[in-house]
Design a binder for this molecule. Sequence first.
Ligand code: GSH
Length: 222
Amino acid sequence: MTTTQIYSGPLSMFGAKVQIAAYEKGITFELTMVPFTTDDAYEPKHPEVLRVNPVKQQVPVLVDEEVALFDSTQIFEYLEDRYPQPALWPEGIADRARARQLEQKSDEVFFPNVIKLFGLQDAMQSAPAVAACAGCARFYEEMEGLLATREYLAGPYSFADIAFYMAHVFADRKGAGMTEATPRLVAWRERVGARPAVRTVVDPMMRFLASQGRGVPAFLQR
Ligand SMILES: N[C@@H](CCC(=O)N[C@@H](CS)C(=O)NCC(=O)O)C(=O)O
C-alpha cells in the first residue's frame, strides 16, 4: 500500500483546503509543495501535477493508489467516501446538499471577488475594487445570518467551514476582511481557526508570507 500524496503550494488557498481536510480525517499523507515564484506563479509545474491535471496544471492534486484527482471540491468528495470518519458532511440528504452548495459558493461566489482584488491592490478606491469589497461584505452578512441558529455554517463542522475559512483569509489579506458588523462570524473564525488541523496548515502559510515580507492578516499575527 502506498502513502497518499497531496500536491499543494505554499500560498494555495485551494491546496490548504485539502490539507486541512486530510488532517481532520487523520489521514497519513505525504505533502509536496510545488515550486512557487515571487511573481505568484506556480512554476516549473510539478510532473505529477502535469500528469493528473494536464490542461489546468493547477494544485491541489491528490494521488491515492489508483485514484488521481485534481480540484479541491472533487478531492473533498473523494476523502469523505474513502475516509467516512470523522464525517465532514452533515447527515441527511437536504443538509448535505445545503452544505455542498455553501462549499461551492465559497469558491465560486465569494472568492471571485477576492481574485478581482488581487489585481487591484494599487487601486482599492476604484469602482471595481469597491464593488468586490461590497460583494465580500454581502457574503459575510449572509453567513452571519446562518450562524444565528448554528455554530458552524452548515450545522456541524464541515467542508463548508474549511472552504470559507481559507477563502476569507485571502480576502482579509487583500483588504476585504470581516468586521465587527458580523460578530457571530468573527466568533466562528476563532472557533475554526483554533482547530489543530487548521493551525497545522495556516500557521506555516503565515510564516511563509512573513518570510517573503508579505502581509499577514492581523487576526493571524500571533
Ligand atoms: N478549482 C480549483 C482551483 C485550483 C487553483 O486555482 N489552483 C491554483 C493555486 S491556488 C494554481 O494551481 N494556480 C497555478 C496556475 O493556474 O498555473 C480547485 O478548487 O482546486
